[in-house]
Design a protein around this ligand. Sequence first.
Ligand code: NAP
Length: 466
Amino acid sequence: MNANLAALLYLASGVLFILALRGLSSPETARQGNRYGVIGMAVAVLTTLLYHLPAGFGSFVLVLISIGIGAAIGIWRARTIQMTAMPQLVALFHALVGLAAVFVAASALNAPQAFGLGAPDAIHAGSLIEMAIGAAIGAITFTGSVIAYLKLDDKMTGRPILIANRHAINIGLGILLLIFAIAFSATEAHFVFWLIVLVALALGVLLIIPIGGADMPVVISMLNSYSGWAAAAVGFTLGNLALIITGALVGSSGAILSYVMCKGMNRGFVSVILGGFGGEVAPKEAGAAETRQVKQGSAEEAAKLLGKAKKVIVVPGYGLAVAQAQHALREIADVLKKKGVEVKYAIHPVAGRMPGHMNVLLAEANVPYDEVFELKEINPEFSEADVALVIGANDVTNPAAKTDPSSPIYGMPILDVEEAKTVLFVKRGLGSGYAGVENELFFRDNTLMLFGDAKKMAESILRALD
Ligand code: NAP
C-alpha cells in the first residue's frame, strides 16, 4: 500500500471516529455511533498492517497473533464485566494505553530506522522531544491508572493517602522530568530516556494516591485524556495520522468529560487533581450513629400511593444498577401508565458511577427516551408530582447540597425530590451514598422508606399493583 492511500484511509478512519463520538452523544444514536467507531478502528488497523506489510511477513503474523490474543481477552472481559465495575475496567484499559505509549517510544529509540527516524545516534531533536513527551505521559497514565483501578476495586483504601509536602514533591518531580527531557533531546542518551520513564512512573503514583474514591471517576476520565495525548505524541513520532487524530479526540473528549463531571459534582477540577477529598466520612460510620426514627412502608403501601397518583417522577441511582432493577421498574411504569398515571424519569448528571450510567440502564430496559429528563428540565416538575420514586439513589437527592455549607457535597446541583407530595426511597437500609454523607430526607414526614434490594422491592410493588 502506498503512503498516499494510507493517509487517505487514516483520514477516513478519523472521520468515522468523529461520527462515532457524535453518535454516542444520544442514546438513540449510540449504537450507530459504536458501529462507526468499530469500522473506523478496523480501517485504521488494517491500513497499518497493509502499509507495513513490506516490513516482513513474520512480523505481520506476529501482529495478527497478538491481535487475536488481545481480542479474545477483550471479548471475554466485555461479556463478563458487571456494569457497576465498568470504571475499574476503563482504568485498566487506560493503563494499557499508557504502557503501550512507553513501549512504542522505547522501540522507536532502539530501532529508529524501522520508524523512519534516521540512523541511531542521529535522531532529529523534534522526534526525541515527542518520544520524551509520549513516554512521560504514558508512564504517568500507566501507574496513575493502576492506582485508580486498585482504589475503585477496593484492592487498596479509597481514602486519600496524604503524603507530607506532596505538592512540593510533585512540582520537584515535574521539574526533574523537564530537565531530563531537555537532556534527552540534546544527547539521545538511552539511560536518560529510562530516567524519564522512572520519574514519570513515580509521579503517576504520587498524583493519584492523595485523591479519594469519590473523585476517582473524574480521575479516570482525566487519565483517559492523558492516554489520548500520549497516543497523539507517539503518533507524531511514528508519523501516523490515525494515531494523531484518535489521540487528540480521546485527549480532548476526556478533558471535556472531566469538566462535565466536576460541574455535576460542583467540584473544582484543580481541587480534584490536587487531591484530598472524598474519604473524610466512611459511609458505614455515618449511617451507624443514627437513632432518629424513619417511616417505613411496605410494597403494598407503595403500590397504593403510586396507583392513586396523577404524576410520578422516578429517580434512579447507583443501587438500581447494583440490583439490576431497571426491567422491573419499567414494568411498574407500564402498569401505572395503563392506569392513566403520568410517569417521568429524572436523571442526575452524576447518578450512578459514570456519566450516562442511568441512561444506559433505562435504555436497556426499553424505557422510551421521551420519558427521560435531565436535572434542569425536570426539577421544576417535582412540586407537581404526587410521588417521587427514588430507587437506589441517595446523594443526588440530598438537600444538604443546598443547605449545609460544611457538607462535602455542598453546591452540587440536586434533584428536588422533597417537593413531591410523597417521596418513596427504595434502598436496603439507612446507608449513605458514595460521598459518605447522611441524607436528612429519610427522616422527613413526607418520606416513606421501602427497605430492601431494589429489584426485589420493585417486583413486590409490581405484584401489589396487579
Ligand atoms: P449513591 O449516592 O451512591 O447512593 C446509592 C444508594 O443505593 C446507597 O445509599 C445504597 O443504600 C443504595 N443501594 C446500594 N445497593 C442497593 C441495592 N441492591 N438495592 C437498593 N439500594 C441499593 O448513588 P447516586 O444517588 O446515584 O449518586 C451517585 C454518587 O456517585 C454521587 O455522590 C456522585 O457524586 C458520585 N459519582 C458519580 C459519578 C458519575 O459519573 N456518575 C462520578 C463520580 C462520582 P443502602 O446501602 O442503604 O442500600
